[in-house]
Design a protein around this ligand. Structure first.
Ligand code: ZN
Length: 156
């Protein structure tokens, strides 16, 4: 499931990426071109602009009402019956929306992550676009507990 969000939903777009969903954060005007981009790429349109619902658009659209990102995520999960998968968490670059690639634990990685991380982690991923290094560690645990705490897992 792929998404396009309007420019007012940057935090939501980031969270959808954290959960492993390919999400285009569209920073242009919230108009016909926004919808066309979504339709062209087969993305579900997520917007806060209620008047978008009246536009001629054949694809799927979700109008979010909440101000807070936690509530917005819950709206999306409910509306689309999403069940975020644990092994998809942190599989996409949060900045670039690119799928991360496996990378071996080499000296090159050692130079680019904190010493403690290199000592304690075995599995690393790299963004093919910006080159950022990702690892699971406590960050993934924190995200999971945040999702459970706020009932964002999609499991009742
Ligand atoms: Zn990146």
């Amino acid at each position: 499931m792929n998404f396009i969000t309007d420019r007012t939903l940057g935090k939501l777009a980031k969270w959808l990426r954290i959960m492993g969903y390919d999400t285009l954060y569209y920073t242009g005007a919230i108009d016909r071109s926004f919808l066309q981009r979504g339709a062209k790429e087969g993305r579900i349109v997520i917007t806060r602009r209620r008047d978008m619902a009246r536009r001629n658009f054949s694809g799927r659209m979700v109008i979010v009402r909440s101000e807070k990102v936690v509530d917005q995520i819950r709206e999306i999960i409910g509306e689309l019956s999403l069940k975020p998968e644990n092994d998809k968490l942190l599989s996409i670059c949060i900045k670039c929306n690119e799928v991360l690639q496996d990378v071996s634990k080499t000296e090159e990685i050692k130079e680019r992550v904190p010493e403690y991380v290199f000592q304690t982690q075995e599995i690393f991923h790299v963004c093919p676009h910006c080159g950022d290094i990702y690892w699971a560690g406590t960050h993934k645990e924190n995200i999971l507990s945040f999702m459970r705490e706020h009932n964002l897992t999609g499991h009742p």
